[in-house]
Design a protein around this ligand. Structure first.
Ligand code: CA
Ligand code: CA
Length: 194
């Protein structure tokens, strides 16, 4: 495969993407190689099934949700720019401290990661994680290790602890607050870039 021809010039909007995501030129090149590798029919777009080749995802119990979060409800394919923007959520948070308040937060900021994680739970995208949505994720992650009864009580407790306005669902704000002490930066850093 002619990776020797890899250069930033071949990549549309490379500079913009670097600015937007905080990825370096080397990162963008790496990601472009990954993208081309996954894009088996070379149409410049990935479909959900193309993600099956990413081992970190296929072995992840919530991998199909992560893949699902790449696709908006109306789109069945992902182009390179969207691919990069979404992967930025999984890039370890690093030295991108607020420069001046006007800058939009980069996708791999803590808030960006939390939003992405929230979407993985909020399958119907109504802005809330319902008990059933929480149960679905727990089931996928804990399958075989716990009984349905235990699952129910884990979900129950998680909702009770996070649900501040008592509507029996977890909003993004509640989600964020409940994860305040969790090292989400570390948990959501998937090794796409190594
Ligand atoms: Ca929901
Ligand atoms: Ca609530």
């Amino acid at each position: 495969m002619g990776s020797s021809s890899s250069s930033l010039n071949r990549i549309p909007n490379a500079q913009e993407l670097m600015q937007e995501t905080g990825f370096s030129a080397a990162h963008i090149l790496r990601l472009h190689e990954r993208f081309e590798f996954l894009d088996v029919d070379q149409r410049g777009e990935l479909r959900p099934e193309d993600f099956g080749a990413i081992r970190e995802l296929s072995s992840n119990p919530v991998g199909d949700r992560i893949v699902g979060a790449f696709f908006s409800p109306r789109k069945e394919t992902v182009d390179f720019a969207s691919f990069v923007r979404i992967l930025a959520h999984f890039c370890p948070t690093e030295k991108t401290r607020t420069r001046d308040g006007a800058q939009p937060e980069p996708a791999h900021s803590r808030t960006g990661k939390l939003k992405f994680a929230f979407q993985m739970y909020d399958q119907d995208r109504d802005g809330k994680i319902s008990r059933e949505e929480l149960l679905q994720v727990l089931r996928a992650m804990l399958e075989m290790q716990v009984t349905e009864e235990q699952l129910q009580s884990i979900a129950e407790r998680a909702i009770r602890e996070a649900d501040l306005d008592q509507d029996d669902a977890i909003s993004f704000d509640e989600f964020r607050k409940s994860l305040e002490k969790v090292d989400i930066e570390h948990k959501m850093s998937i090794r796409f870039l190594r």
